[in-house]
Design a protein around this ligand. Structure first.
Ligand code: HEM
Length: 431
């Protein structure tokens, strides 16, 4: 089995034959059944989160020096923090992500979605004066358009920055830094590539450090809040480094996974505007195709898990994707079934003390993007039945592209009137 590109059959085989299994290549213990994954997440004392952000491919000395010269470090802050400082840092960040603040972002997410759909629409119309030739001349791939760059890539970054009150950011630079960092820490990477990625991660960290140092402690943004609370700059930079990556790359991945999964199901696209359907689809994607496909813990003492003895200090790889497809918990787990009553039991956002702080925001973004896109382009369809190329990092797995044809039937009313309708109906305010 390739840990970086596991197939559902691999996960099934692990659950059935070796639910707690030491992988020789990586030295990690793979934990794949729902009950075991949940039990580990629920017990941060015996299963510590210290290794959550450790590079999967060890970083050799010369590359470490690139990082060290830039003052790069990832001290324990949130996801990798099993110490007493975790609670206060978590409280500080959660102030920016209260249910009320997240709900208030709904109209803005709809607006950003509408902007992107407008652009797609204009491009499409521009290139088919005779009503026949669709997008071909700009895309050059036979009328196809990829919803990854056009819809899913930048939107979550803009939403996250606005949620955190952070202004004046080059979103393209943030995306380049964050994709490089994901690959550096979770990829199966050769050393020359590590050098390149480390330079990017170092530049990101330096940028964060200078923004934090310059922040106004009286200000309303995350940088200012960290200063006001007296968080040391090194810790603040480490926290922001994780948050500005985890808070948007994962959501881009979720958007791609959700668009792809729904479009693959016969007749589901046209039902996304029905109450509750888009949200239920998002939950089903998180259960079956979670973008964060694995997460790590380390044993603090010798433990017995599913009858297997694991010594102290051993890294565990929790197969979140495997847990969401466990037939002991979810009936016919490989079927995409938005009506499933228990889908929200999935562990895609973790569980317990480190449960994802951005779960509500990610859910809302995916729901709004799905619904608005389906409303605007009701005849949109996948351009190919072939499986898409997948991002294959140890903990991140999602389609790298969502190639679609927009179809003939556009909603000619455009995005704005429906946006008003959406806001009036209180679709997001009621969450
Ligand atoms: C689809 C999108 C997302 C997925 C699948 C996801 C998944 C996860 C997972 C698996 C964890 C580890 C949980 C654990 O150790 O128990 C986590 C932690 C975290 N996530 Fe997310 N996440 C997503 C989006 C976001 C967003 C949008 C934000 C911020 C706005 C965010 C912020 C965080 C933070 C701060 C933590 C660490 C919490 C702590 O240690 O106390 N995530 N996330």
């Amino acid at each position: 089995m390739d840990l970086f590109q596991p197939e559902p059959a691999d996960l099934r085989s692990l659950r059935e034959n070796a639910p707690v299994h030491r992988d020789e290549r990586t030295g990690m213990w793979l934990v794949s059944r729902y009950d075991d994954v949940r039990a580990v997440l629920a017990d941060p004392r015996r299963f510590r989160p210290d290794n959550a952000l450790t590079a999967v491919t060890p970083i050799p000395g010369p590359v470490l020096r690139v990082l060290a010269r830039a003052g790069f470090s990832l001290p324990p802050t949130l996801a990798n923090n099993g110490t007493d400082t975790h609670a206060a840092l978590r409280r500080l960040v959660s102030r920016f992500l209260t249910p009320a603040r997240v709900a208030a972002l709904g109209p803005r997410i709809a607006e950003l979605t509408a902007d992107r759909l407008d652009r797609l629409d204009r491009l499409d119309r521009l290139h088919r004066p005779d009503g026949l030739d669709r997008l071909d001349r700009t895309d050059g791939v036979g009328g196809r358009v990829d919803l990854h760059p056009t819809l899913a890539r930048g939107l979550p970054a803009i939403v996250l920055l606005e949620a955190m009150g952070i202004r004046d950011v080059d979103v393209e630079a943030l995306k380049a830094w964050s994709t490089a960092s994901l690959e550096l820490f979770w990829g199966d990477v050769a050393v020359e590539r590590q050098h390149e990625l480390a330079r990017s991660a170092a530049a990101f960290h330096q940028w964060l450090t200078s923004r934090i140092k310059a922040a106004d402690p009286e200000g309303d943004d995350l940088f200012g809040a960290l200063r006001a609370q007296g968080v040391p700059v090194r810790d603040a930079a480490g926290l922001c480094y994780f948050l500005l990556i985890a808070g948007q790359e994962t959501t881009t991945q979720l958007l791609c996974a959700a668009l792809h999964a729904v479009l693959r199901e016969d007749g589901l696209w046209s039902r996304l505007s029905e109450p509750g359907v888009a949200a239920a689809c998002v939950e089903e994607v998180l259960r079956r195709d979670p973008p964060v496909s694995t997460w790590r813990r380390i044993t603090a003492e010798p433990v017995t898990l599913a009858g297997v003895d694991v010594p102290a200090g051993e890294p565990l790889l929790l197969m979140l994707a495997g847990s969401g497809s466990d037939p002991d918990v979810f009936a016919e787990p490989e079927r995409f079934c938005p009506a499933r009553p228990d889908a929200r039991k999935h562990l895609a956002f973790g569980f317990g003390r480190h449960f994802c702080l951005g779960a509500g925001l990610a859910r809302l973004e995916a729901e709004v993007v799905l619904r608005e896109t389906a409303r605007r382009f009701p005849a949109l369809r996948l351009a190919s039945a072939e499986p898409p190329p997948m991002l294959g990092l140890l903990s991140f797995r999602a389609p790298l592209s969502v190639q679609v044809e927009l179809g003939d039937q556009h909603d000619l009313a455009g995005g704005r009137p429906a946006l008003q309708q959406f806001v009036r109906a209180g679709g997001v305010g009621q969450r």
